[in-house]
Design a protein around this ligand. Structure first.
Ligand SMILES: C[S@@+](CC[C@H](N)C(=O)[O-])C[C@H]1O[C@@H](n2cnc3c(N)ncnc32)[C@H](O)[C@@H]1O
Length: 273
């Protein structure tokens, strides 16, 4: 006999709509079981009696809505995820940007890690820039997510040894303190990043980024939400700037003004006006 679904079709539809409207995250019948599993866990923690009772709570209470959205996100990440992106950053993007910036006397490279999860992405960028940025230049990184749980881990900067796989030994020694329980990012690197809550569904007030990383985030949105997010990025970026998306993501066929860039290491996008 088939197992009774945790959500009725009407309940699934109501949750699906709410999540989409609030975050752009798009659940379908194909990934319905992921939503049901995460929802079940949240109900267990919260003590709500039924999915309907929890839906009413989430609809009425902004704080619980944020906890709920956090609970349904996928936060999988790792240090130096997709190394060719970092090779292109070092060998193509940074040389282009610094050559452009020097004559105008602007010696700061501004980066946004949008959907930074638990911090591995912005810390990887910070390590690379600390090592490879041309002398005289400095960098600023803003790292944002809607998952408050992930942001707490990111700000703390503490990772157990299984999570620092992929960090070169020299960087582990230089940028982490190590004890038997794990690896802690040193304060110098930590303070070079500003972690902040931001829901990509909303327009950000942030401007003037030279590079935006939004990797493995758009994959959870449908095309309309992806287009809206990417066009918000456009407004947050300088006239000559670069956009990284995940290696299995694409802006192909999307109504945006970003240009496709093919480097010998990877592909990315640029705003060039
Ligand atoms: C799979 S992780 C990717 C982390 C990192 N960028 C990487 O590539 O390793 C996706 C992140 O996007 C965040 N996210 C999903 N929807 C979001 C939204 N509407 N606003 C902000 N962050 C969002 C999730 O909370 C999650 O931490």
């Amino acid at each position: 006999m088939a197992e009774t679904a945790f959500l009725s079709d009407a309940e699934f539809e109501a949750y699906r709509k709410l999540i989409y409207l609030e975050s752009g995250i798009h659940f379908t019948q194909t990934n319905r079981s992921i939503l049901e599993g995460r929802l079940k866990e949240r109900l267990r923690q919260n003590g709500a009696a039924t999915p309907k009772a929890y839906f009413d709570l989430v609809s009425a209470n902004k704080e619980e809505k944020n906890v709920f959205l956090d609970a349904i996100t996928t936060n999988l990440t790792r240090f130096f995820r997709n190394q060719p992106h970092f090779d292109a950053l070092e060998r193509f993007v940074l040389p282009e940007l610094t050559a452009l910036k020097k004559p105008s006397g602007d010696f700061t490279v501004r980066i946004w890690s949008a959907g930074c999860s638990t911090g591995e992405e912005p810390y990887s960028i910070a390590m690379l820039l600390s090592e490879k940025l041309s002398p005289g230049f400095k960098y600023e990184i803003v790292a944002s997510d809607l998952s408050l749980k992930s942001l707490i881990t990111a700000k703390e900067g503490f990772y157990d040894k299984t999570r620092v796989v992929g960090v070169p030994d020299a960087y582990l020694k230089k940028y982490f303190d190590h004890n038997e329980s794990g690896y802690r990012i040193k304060d110098g690197l930590k303070t070079s990043i500003r972690f902040d809550y931001h829901n990509l569904k909303n327009i950000s007030p942030w401007r003037n980024f030279d590079i935006v990383f939004c990797r493995n985030v758009l994959i959870y949105f449908d095309e309309a939400a992806q287009t809206a997010v990417v066009n918000h990025f456009w407004n947050s970026m300088t006239s000559k700037s670069f956009l990284y998306i995940g290696h299995s993501e694409s802006l192909f066929g999307m109504n945006t003004k970003f240009e496709f860039v093919k480097t010998q290491w990877t592909t990315l996008y640029k705003k060039w006006i």
